[in-house]
Ligand binder design. Structure first.
Ligand SMILES: Cc1cc2nc3c(=O)[nH]c(=O)nc-3n(C[C@H](O)[C@H](O)[C@H](O)COP(=O)(O)OP(=O)(O)OC[C@H]3O[C@@H](n4cnc5c(N)ncnc54)[C@H](O)[C@@H]3O)c2cc1C
Length: 278
């Protein structure tokens, strides 16, 4: 049995400690952007009399996982699928596993653009795999400039007549159809009709896909058909999602956004994976 964990923060590492110690082949994929790295000092976690910096706690976690024989791959996950086993697309190739654990925190970022919220579900989408179908033969745009945005653009290119990458003032990656002007507003009627740039010019468009930063747990869960409430992945008491073999732990599963809860979620998922493997 192979377990893949997306995320090297407290939730992912905690899950892996349980599966590793039960002899299960376990790999963590991380792009090293844990919320812990933003925490100057953690003063409310058990066992550190003087507190500990978030950076040190993050590093200690991964070092402990490696000491027990865990594999860590530094890569960014951009997409996921299921075909007899889970498959992950990353910027370093494809990976497969029997069990997939989402431990990638909360990262969905929506840019502050006038009209974006208003048109969610009416032309503004956060998932190319889910919604590309509705824009067959139409001109669409992806907002973003990283690996994740490129991944979404390539999915849309299969069905849409034109896919423009809007980097909203950020550097443009290598992609043939980019516009890096700052976006002022999204406008339309029943649905999205145009993007208006800060220079006053408009661009006619039928759909907008937001893909800022990296793929969040909810984005990946939706691609795999699991239930979310939009921002957080829904799970049962063992952190199992609505899809067999797919778990969600830590911040991405909602609730208390603290290290202690992330570690507890990992323990629940890890022990459940071990129990079901027997
Ligand atoms: C400023 C700040 C201060 C905080 N202070 C405290 C505190 O004092 N006490 C406390 O208990 N909690 C604190 N927290 C909260 C705590 O950091 C989080 O609750 C905890 O880190 C959640 O753990 P996690 O494993 O769920 O997610 P994270 O620690 O965020 O880890 C997510 C992991 O997923 C990886 N990842 C994400 N997307 C991808 C992708 N697409 N591909 C590959 N890897 C990916 C990241 O690189 C990272 O390794 C603080 C948070 C912040 C931001």
């Amino acid at each position: 049995m192979k377990v893949l964990i997306i995320g090297g923060g407290p939730a992912g590492v905690s899950t892996g400690l349980y599966t590793l110690r039960a002899g299960i082949d376990t790999t963590i994929i991380t792009n090293n952007k844990s919320a812990l790295l933003k925490a100057e000092k953690i003063d409310n976690y058990y066992g550190f009399a003087e507190g500990i910096s978030g950076e040190e706690l993050y590093k200690n976690g991964l070092d402990g996982f490696k000491r027990l024989g865990g594999k860590v791959i530094d890569a960014e996950v951009t997409g996921a699928g299921y075909d007899e086993c889970f498959t992950l697309s990353t910027d370093r190739g494809e990976l497969g596993a029997d069990v997939l654990v989402l431990a990638n925190g909360v990262s969905r970022k929506a840019p502050d653009i006038k009209g974006l919220k208003e048109f969610e579900g009416r032309g503004v989408s956060y998932c190319a795999v889910c919604d590309a179908f509705f824009y067959r033969g139409k001109r669409v745009a992806v907002i973003g400039n990283g690996e994740y945005a490129l991944h979404e653009a390539h999915i849309l290119k299969k069905t849409s007549s034109e896919v423009i990458l809007l980097t909203n003032g950020k550097n443009a990656p290598e992609y043939e159809n980019c516009d890096s002007r700052k976006i002022k507003a999204i406008e339309g009627g029943e649905g999205v009709e145009r993007v208006v740039f800060e220079d006053g010019e408009g661009m006619e468009i039928s759909g907008i896909f937001v893909a800022i930063g990296t793929a969040g747990a909810a984005d990946i869960a939706v691609k795999l058909g699991a239930l979310t409430d939009g921002r957080y992945v829904k799970t049962d008491e063992n952190m199992l999602t609505s899809i067999p073999g797919l778990y969600a732990v830590g911040d991405c599963a909602g609730g208390l956004m603290q290290v202690s809860k992330a570690v507890c979620d990992g323990a629940k998922a890890g022990t459940d994976i071990v129990r079901r493997s027997k």
